[in-house]
Design a protein around this ligand. Structure first.
Ligand code: SF4
Length: 347
């Protein structure tokens, strides 16, 4: 059977692989061995699994294969970040960003091909929504980049779902992939180092909050009142600020956990002192921090980044009102790898 007719096994959960082993006449334990091989040992060929019985291996290899998304292009920034364009099995492409730091590495993953939420400052929004990614395509981004950049299993990896797409609109696949990423028999990246970033899909924030174990949550706020937010993020018409912040207020945080609000700072649009005061009032009572992100501009969109002096004044106002606020300069701006810039440009 050719690869074209066999199924990509990547993305199956432990329970699914155990069921598969049983269906092929093996013990449940063989499924666990297979799970460890695919995710913890990062094996890429089922035929090479010589610790499995020959007949099981043969039956598996006749029906399944392991395929990572193919790296179609890499764009390396002066600051060390690398934007990768990954080709999926059906020919669609998504982008992931590798951001090495001294003591850790962060991978920014996509959860959808394109995005349907049309945030006005975001290049991905210009693509429109094409489809959701599967768990295998999400995990495959990590495995493909880990292989290309030789990231060892013991490396301190952070995962952020801040690439293309709205992760909460693909929550089942994002959660299935997060469980495999976090599992010590999987990729071994603890849930506390995985963050899902949402534009504010309120019912899905509640749904994520009900998960017994979940990644951390970041909310892309970007405005201090409804009119402003609706102009920037049309989703706000459906889930206005009050509903969004109520959902954040009841989101069940762990004892030392803080919710993150992201605030992209757009020159003359959402960066006044009055905006900072309103933002401080909005998040009052929510155990949170705010990341202030000067906008990453590009020719196609009309926005400009707030000057650093403005960002610092905004930060001071928040800090003076006991709201922890941090300035985050996005990595990889010169190769369009920064927040909101992923658009398959130069792909
Ligand atoms: S900012 Fe996020 S949610 Fe908004 S259009 Fe871009 S990818 Fe979609």
């Amino acid at each position: 059977m050719t690869e074209r007719h066999s199924r990509n096994i990547l993305g199956l959960s432990l329970a699914e692989l155990e069921q598969l082993a049983i269906a092929l006449g093996q013990s449940r334990y063989r499924g666990k061995q297979l799970y460890r091989a695919i995710y913890a040992r990062r094996v890429q060929s089922l035929e090479s699994l010589t610790d499995l019985k020959r007949e099981f291996r043969g039956a598996l290899a006749s029906q399944y294969h392991i395929a990572y998304p193919e790296i179609q292009g890499e764009f390396a920034s002066r600051d060390g970040a690398v934007r990768s364009v990954l080709r999926l099995g059906d020919g669609n492409t998504v982008e992931s960003v590798y951001m090495p730091e001294e003591d850790r590495t962060t991978l920014c993953l996509s959860s959808q091909v394109g995005c349907g939420l049309d945030c006005k400052f975001c290049f991905t929004g210009l693509l429109g929504m094409r489809r959701n990614l599967t768990p295998g395509e999400i995990i495959g981004q990590v495995l493909a980049i880990a292989k290309a950049r030789s990231i060892p299993r013991r490396a301190r990896l952070n995962i952020v779902f801040m690439g293309m797409g709205e992760p909460l609109l693909n929550l089942p696949a994002v959660m299935q992939s997060a469980r495999v990423l976090a599992d010590t028999d999987g990729l071994g990246i603890p849930l506390r180092r995985i963050t899902i970033s949402t534009a504010g899909v309120v019912p899905k924030i509640h749904e994520l909050g009900r998960e017994p174990a979940r990644p951390k949550l970041a909310v892309s706020l970007n405005a201090s009142h409804d009119e402003q937010r609706t102009a920037l993020m049309p989703l706000n018409r459906k889930y206005p600020l009050r509903q969004l912040l109520d959902a954040c207020r009841v989101f069940p945080l762990h004892p030392r956990e803080r919710l993150t609000f992201e605030y992209v700072m757009l020159d003359g649009i959402n960066d006044s002192n009055a905006d900072a005061e309103r933002v401080a009032a909005l998040v009052r009572g929510i155990r949170s921090k705010i990341n202030l992100i000067p906008y990453n501009s590009g020719a196609e969109l009309p926005y400009r980044p707030s000057p650093l002096k403005r960002v610092m004044e905004f930060q001071e106002i928040l800090t003076a009102r006991n709201v922890p606020a941090f300035i985050r300069i996005s990595r990889g701006q010169d190769v369009r790898a920064a927040c909101g810039q992923l658009s398959l440009a130069g792909a």
